[in-house]
Every structure is written in structure tokens, then in C-alpha cells.
Design a protein around this ligand. Structure first.
Ligand SMILES: [Zn+2]
Length: 261
């Protein structure tokens, strides 16, 4: 299928392993969840984890385990004995209907699931991911897995132009500009859900949240390299430092035994 697709498969395998490494898919959910990535130069194709491996755990994936699909969710390449993931329509329908999306992550994070069953609206409770929940996220009102085109399209309509959609008693689906954007955003969403759960347990449904005024204050401010004590140094080293260090750390952790294409 070509060098580019093998590189995309490797990136998807890394992101899939990071779901396990960060606890988004462990224990009872060790085999559940998937990351997809649109192939940059073939935008009508995407790569995602499949089903039917002898060892089926997100933390074990290699690039050659990955499945290439078209935007209808049909398998067009991958190991002979593997199928696409059962919820491939989540990825196919979103990537087809949202050309702005490059990557989709679907997992069953425990705190997110719990809060959807309790019908508690997630609100900003810490900095990390506050923007994700500042406006209530859309909720797909079903617990069943997304198998059909109709179910996939209902999920897409519920998502609308939001970044993520919650799925009642099931999980969440996150969109992103890249696998790292989508996975890190999913981690932040799960952290907000954990903080919301503690708040509900301590204070009930009408607990306090970070106010819009404080969120605005945190957002509407100069860039860090505009402050006098950073300005000269950051100009010399070429602007604000890169923000992908955490991703690179997980990447290093999970890739030690990975085969490169
Ligand atoms: Zn699911």
C-alpha cells in the first residue's frame, strides 16, 4: 500500500498503545477503543485498529496489525484474518462528514461513562481540558455500540461541529487535528469527568465550577514570550517552547518493542 500508509499505520499503532499506557483502555476495557488517522495524501482512506488478533490488547499493537479502510468503513488492506474494528462506522462517518477532522478516538473511559449514566453535565473543574466542557458537550442517547451506517450518521448529527460527543453508558468520541491532539484531548476529558465525579460526590449536582470570568482571564492574556522576563530568551531560542513533550514521553515509553516500517 506504500510507504506513506505504513508510516500512518505506525503513528496509529503508537497512539493506540498510548490509550493503554494512559489508562484510557486498561483492565476490562484493555481491548476496547481505537484511534483512526486520515491518510494525508489519500484523504478518502483512514487507518484504524482491527479485530480478530490472537492477542487483542491496545498495548500490543504493531503497525502491521492496522487496517486501512475507505470512508464507508470497508476494509481495503490489513492482516488477512483481521476485520475492521466493530465500531468502524464511528470513524468512517465522522471522517467522511467532517473534512476538517484528521483523527478520531473512541474509548470507554470509566469516569466519563459514569457521569453520562448519572446524567451529570460535565463542567470545568480544572485547567486541563476546561475548554472542552465549558459549553456542555452533546450526548448521544444510546448505550449500544455503533455498528450501522444509520447509527454512525446519528452520532455525526449529534456531534455536529463540536470537538467531542459523549455516549450514554458507553464512552466518548473525540475528534482532532492529529492522533496526539485527539488522544490528549480525550485524556483531558476523562480528567474533567473525574474531577466532576468528586465534586458531585462531595457537594451534589449543584456544585461550584470554574467561572467563565476566570476562564476568560486565563485565556485572554498576552503570549508567554511577550512578558519581559521571557521575551529576550524566547526570541533567541525561537519562540515558545514546543508543547508536545508529554506526547513524546509516552511515545518513547510505548515504542520500545515496536517494529518500524
Ligand atoms: Zn465503544
Amino acid at each position: 500500500m506504500g510507504r506513506e500508509i505504513d508510516e500512518v499505520k505506525y503513528e496509529v499503532a503508537i497512539a493506540t498503545r498510548i490509550l493503554a499506557a494512559t489508562g484510557l483502555a486498561t483492565g476490562v476495557t484493555a481491548g476496547l477503543g481505537h484511534v483512526s488517522m486520515r491518510v494525508p495524501n489519500q484523504p478518502d482512506k483512514f487507518v484504524v485498529k482491527g479485530r480478530g488478533y490472537e492477542i487483542d490488547s491496545l498495548g500490543e499493537m504493531q503497525y502491521y496489525d492496522m487496517i486501512v479502510c475507505d470512508l464507508e468503513g470497508y476494509k481495503i488492506d490489513g492482516p488477512a484474518r483481521s476485520t475492521q474494528c466493530s465500531e468502524v462506522k464511528i470513524h468512517a462517518c465522522i471522517l467522511r462528514e467532517r473534512p476538517d477532522v484528521m483523527s478520531v478516538v473512541h474509548v470507554h473511559p470509566r469516569n466519563v461513562v459514569l457521569m453520562t449514566v448519572l446524567e451529570e453535565t460535565l463542567v470545568p473543574m480544572c485547567q486541563e481540558g476546561a475548554d472542552l466542557v465549558r459549553t456542555p458537550l452533546p450526548l448521544y442517547p444510546h448505550t449500544k455500540t455503533v455498528w450501522s451506517e444509520e447509527e454512525g450518521m446519528e452520532l455525526v448529527r449529534t456531534l455536529g461541529d463540536a470537538k467531542a460527543v459523549l455516549m450514554q453508558g458507553h464512552g466518548a468520541t473525540m475528534t482532532g487535528r492529529s492522533p496526539s491532539d485527539a488522544v490528549i484531548s480525550m485524556l483531558q476529558l476523562e480528567e474533567q469527568a473525574r474531577m466532576n465525579r468528586w465534586a458531585v460526590a462531595a457537594k451534589g449536582s449543584d456544585h461550584k465550577r470554574i467561572s467563565d470570568a476566570y476562564l476568560d482571564e486565563a485565556t485572554n492574556r498576552p503570549r508567554q514570550d511577550e512578558y519581559p522576563h521571557f521575551k529576550e530568551l524566547m526570541r533567541r531560542i525561537g519562540g515558545n517552547p514546543p508543547r508536545n513533550g508529554v506526547w513524546n514521553s509516552y511515545r518513547k515509553q510505548v515504542s520500545a518493542d515496536m517494529v518500524k516500517p
